[in-house]
Each structure stands twice: as C-alpha cells, then as structure tokens.
Design a protein around this ligand. Structure first.
Ligand SMILES: *Cc1c(COP(=O)(O)O)cnc(C)c1O
Length: 369
C-alpha cells in the first residue's frame, strides 16, 4: 500500500529532535504563546522574507484575522476563487462580508483576466489561493489590485516556501496566511497557523486580535478572539522549519519523476507549472477524463489517491446562500470532475514513485479498453 502522505515516515526521520522540543515545553510550564512561539515567529518571518509573522491556532484563523486587520466587515465584498478549500470562503463570511468568486485558469489558481470584472466599489480585499503549492499569477493580479488600491491576502496554506520570481509566498501581498495542519508541507502536531506581513501597523492589530485585544491586562479595546498558538506547536514547528527546504526539494524531485513518467501517457495531464514559479507540490494533481475509473483502479493496485477538490466552493450545499449555480465557474467545475492527487511526501522513495507511475499506466490501459 502506498499512502497519499505518510506522517509516520516524517517522524522516523526527525523524531528525536521533535521529541526533545516537546519535552522542553512540557517541562517549561509555559504552554500558550511565550518564547517558543516568538522564536518560531522570528524564524518563519525570516524564511518568508517578511518583517513579522504572527502565530495563531489555524490557517482559518489566520485568514479571519487578516480580513479583520484590514477592517473588512458587513457590507464589504472580498474577491476570491471558486476552486479552493472552503476555509478561504468561510473566513470571508465570518466577517459578515460577501465573497465574490471568480474562476481559475488551467494552473488551478485565479484567472487574472477575470479579476477586473469582479471588482466593485465595495471590494475591500482580494484573497488569492496558491493552490496545491503553486503561486497564483502574482504579477498580473497585483497590477490589477494596485491599480484599484485593493489589498491582496495570499492564502498560502498549501504553499510554504513556494516562490514567484524568487519571492516567497506570504511576502508578495499585504498579508500571507499559513496553515500548519499536520498534513501541510510544514505541519504541527495538532492545529496551527500564521499570518505574515511587512506592514507594522497591521501586524500590531493582528497581534491584539489574536489574544483578546488587550494591550494591558484586562484593558480590552476591541472585540477580539482567542486564536493563540500553543507553545508545543511553536517549538515543534521551529524544529521542522529547519528541514522544510530539504523536504521541498524532495517533493519537487518526486514531481519531476512523475512528470517524466506520465509525459508519454494519453488522458493524464499534470497541472502545468507557470513560468517563474517554484511549485512546492503540497499536492501532485493530474487531470484525466477517466478520473473516477483511474482512482478505482489505483485503489485496487494499493495506491491511495485523493481529490482536491471534488466539489468547488460555490456548489457546496453549506454555501448555497452565496447564490451561485452550476455553470457559473466552468473551469473550476471541470477541474472538480477531472483532478486526482497522487501520493507525494518527502520520504517517498524513487521505487514507490515508479510503482505509482506504473500503476497509472496500467490503470489507463484498462480504462481505454
Ligand atoms: C488547509 C487550508 C486552509 C485552512 O487551514 P486550517 O489550518 O485547516 O484552518 C485554508 N485554505 C487552504 C487553501 C487550505 O489548504
């Protein structure tokens, strides 16, 4: 059986370091925020190439606080994509603002040609999603956003270390949002997230919003939240961040091997890499008109796969109040029917990668007969 991802393999690689950090926190008596979280925030800011990182308790909280930091609220609109994990859209709704969705292009990130038409006088922010680990088309999108004076939030929850022309995800918009859910490229031993920014004033607001809005104890100047990062997560994430570049290179090598092996096969197409991007392959997605048959055949051959995502956000029953209908975002809808995620994780061996590629080849031969 080849799993979609293997967190136990990661722990056998770096277990002693992680366990030492966890023990240190348990013995410290300091379990929420504190020096362990501050040290991680400094390392993450420097890794992303920004002035400040703010550790929080999830990627969803990072998105929510970024919007609140920008003053987004009822009556406002925020533009984002239909093809994303629902958290991106939910965070907008938490503020009382209305999500305005646009379609993606064949890289599965925001189609910059559709952005301008989605902007209205109520548009208060744009959230881009660096889906599967590939940056959105920052050049084209930032030029539209800047022309309208609208701040951009990067949803980099799948894109730790991704780059566009050498600039890291989380450093290109006004704010960047990260998730450290265990299966992400940088994963906690539980929940975690972070906001990154170069804007000092925004950072100060978000530090307050994260922890009850009190500049001095029991002096609450704003409605705020308990979105604090735990010390255990900060300590473990700091250990893992030091390995992230090595893990990313391993993911990219697996992706390159898949691309080579799949290049000659009909009816299976990896998501294209945009020129100038450093894709960090949180997900290795292929598209196939025979997606469901391909997935069943791979399961039978002991290869676990996933679908990111089978239903775009605008067609999720819980989001019907947004008023969208089938046909509104045709590229997203076709992608939802065709994408399949193959196993990828840094500890995956070249043998495992070849086994998966061979299984895809024989599954497609079956699908065609
Ligand atoms: C994981 C993810 C989130 C949410 O992060 P959590 O830490 O699970 O709250 C948001 N957006 C995208 C694109 C994600 O992949």
């Amino acid at each position: 059986m080849i799993p979609l991802l293997d967190l136990k393999a990661q722990h056998s690689d770096i277990g002693p370091e992680v366990e030492a950090a966890a023990l240190r926190v348990l013995r410290s008596g300091r379990h929420v925020l504190g020096p362990e979280v501050e040290a991680f925030e400094r390392d993450l800011a420097s890794y992303c190439g920004v002035g400040t990182a703010i550790g929080v308790n999830s990627g969803t909280s990072a998105l929510h606080l970024s919007l609140l930091g920008l003053g987004v609220g009822p009556g406002d609109e925020v533009v984002t994509v239909a093809f994303t994990f629902v958290a991106t859209v939910a965070a907008i709704m938490y503020t009382g603002a209305r999500p305005v969705l646009v379609d993606v292009d064949d890289t599965l990130t925001m189609d910059p040609r559709l952005l301008e038409a989605a902007i209205t006088p109520r548009t208060k922010a744009i959230i881009l999603v660096h889906l599967h680990g590939q940056t959105a088309d920052m050049g084209a999108i930032m030029s539209v956003a800047d022309r309208h004076g609208i701040p951009v939030i990067e949803d980099a929850c799948q894109a730790h270390g991704a780059e566009e022309h050498g600039r890291r995800a989380g450093s290109m918009g006004r704010l960047g949002c990260f998730s450290f859910y265990p299966g992400k490229n940088l994963g906690a031993a539980g929940e975690g997230g972070a906001v990154t920014t170069d804007d000092e004033k925004l950072a100060r607001r978000i530090f307050l919003l994260r922890d009850w809005g009190a500049e001095h104890k029991y002096d609450h100047r704003m409605l705020a939240y308990n979105y604090r990062m735990e010390a255990m997560q900060g300590a473990i994430l700091r250990v893992k961040l030091a390995h992230l570049e090595r893990w990313t290179e391993a993911r990219r090598a697996i992706a390159a091997g898949y691309r080579e092996a799949l290049a000659t096969l009909p009816d299976v197409e990896p998501t294209p890499e945009r020129e100038g991007t450093r894709h960090v392959y949180h997900v290795f997605a292929v598209r196939s008109p025979h997606r469901d048959a391909l997935q069943d055949a791979l399961t039978r051959q002991g290869v676990q796969t996933g679908i990111h995502y089978p239903v775009p956000a605008h067609l999720q029953p819980g989001y019907a109040s947004l008023g969208y209908a089938p046909g509104d975002f045709p590229v997203s809808e076709r992608a939802a029917a065709e994408v399949l995620s193959l196993p990828i994780y840094p500890e995956m061996t070249a043998d495992q990668r070849r086994t998966v590629a061979d299984a895809v080849r024989s599954a497609l031969q079956l699908a065609q007969t």
